[in-house]
Design a protein around this ligand. Sequence first.
Ligand code: F6P
Length: 546
Amino acid sequence: MLISKTKEWSNLQAHCKQMQNVKMKELFNNDKERFAKFSLQFNNILFDYSKNIIDDSTIKLLLELAHSTNLKSKIKQMFTGKKINTTENRAVLHTALRNRNSKPVVVDGEDIMPEINNVLDKMETFVEKIHDGEYLGATGKKITTIVNIGIGGSDLGPMMVCQALEYYKVKDINSYFVSNVDGADIANVLKKINPETSLFIIASKTFTTQETMANALAAKKFMVSKLGDSADIIAKHFVALSTNINECKKFGIDEKNIFTFWDWVGGRYSLWSSIGLSIALSIGMNNFEELLTGGYDMDKHFKNADFKNNIPVLMALLGIWYNNFFNAKTLAVIPYCHYLRRFPTFLQQMDMESNGKYITKGNEKVDYNTGPVIWGEAGTNAQHSFFQLIHQGTQMIPVDFISFIANLDGDAKQHNMLLSNFFAQTEALMKGKTEYEVRDELLKENKTEDEINHILPHKVFEGNKPSNTILIDKLTPYTLGMLIAMYEHKVFVQGAIWNVNQFDQWGVELGKQLAKNILSELNSDTTITTHDCSTNALINYCKEKR
Ligand code: F6P
């Protein structure tokens, strides 16, 4: 049965009607304990959800909805390796990759922890050798540049983490990320690097992805042109992160330099696996392990805390509240932290590739919204571009605000400017500004009555715009690990409640198939007639213009 047909859903619909006219400002005025009631702390993360259009009943009804979907047992199924990716018949065990205790995790009757730990050991040895200068390039030089070639989960996770943890970067290692099949991406990197001191990391779960293989071949061609055509060049300057060992070997990668992972690691959850090699090389293995520990500690919180004290569960339920009952179609994620500027981009794949589905696990078509559009940008830049729409536009856009109490760089004064904007925006969105307040301000500026009437409606902010505030002590590998895992579990809970298979991504296949056909058509001399008239005309126009 679709979740929308349950009594828990109808109860929320009825409750939403009552809450439509409720003003958060009044809720705050009437309850001085609102922050204490609607905020949670776990380790060094504070999650304040008091600036939402909710009351006690909202939370009660949302929790009833969660319980009605057997969420507890679905969580257990994921952690214990049940094949919850039903369309691909796979377990989903990115949590095992960051399992910091040695308790067995069993898939198909086999404990997978020894294999995971072997790969971590292999990564550690490799990282140390690179850092110590024991591993040298083909001409005997130390490796100082790494180029990760991958796309989707084989790019976004490691790229975002390397950027986020740049402060912790090991000296003498520069990292680049190449993902786009547009030749400009790899060309721009190849222009900047020294082939003798560069290591290419080919990151691809399948080792067949068109974009990655095209860029890997371009890198190979470049290296051969610069250093000569010997097997040693490929063996010393290329490593692979993949589940497809045979294809890696065919490419010429030395078996010692293949870091494997497994089909139960989804691409968008793979940064915790050997796909994180670029992270370990950039920040050191100890810091990579700190990242894993952060993820692991969040896993324990998610698994063990009851739902009303469970940050990912509450985040998910609040998302459902707006997405399904207020019909808010998007979620803006705004990190007030320059290092986290690509975090929204990373979350886009995690969330939208997971929950952007309209067929349920029971093969029914949903009649409710699933995955919201995730978007965002670092604050304060976002304030000077699109915040106008969030404050005074016509649609409801819930926002997640994320920041850190301690600054890593710059002086404390400047960090306080950042934080003052962070707090101010959440307050402004919630409170707004009344007509009365605007009039008072304009009168103080000695405006005439005519002038006031002319400008007044434009200066009113209705407020009542919901947001979550996630405030963390300091950006470290550990806290970043917690933050990423927190969002992963939030996305899991939403998918579990919407009853979609959040671990497949069939929706990206059709475009890939069509592109394959069109590629051969672009390379042919004939006029194309096999598509609709628009696609035919566009392809033919392009061919004629060449
Ligand atoms: O976009 C589809 C997808 O399969 C993603 O899920 C994945 O992260 C990406 O392509 C890259 O795949 P691979 O790691 O196999 O190259």
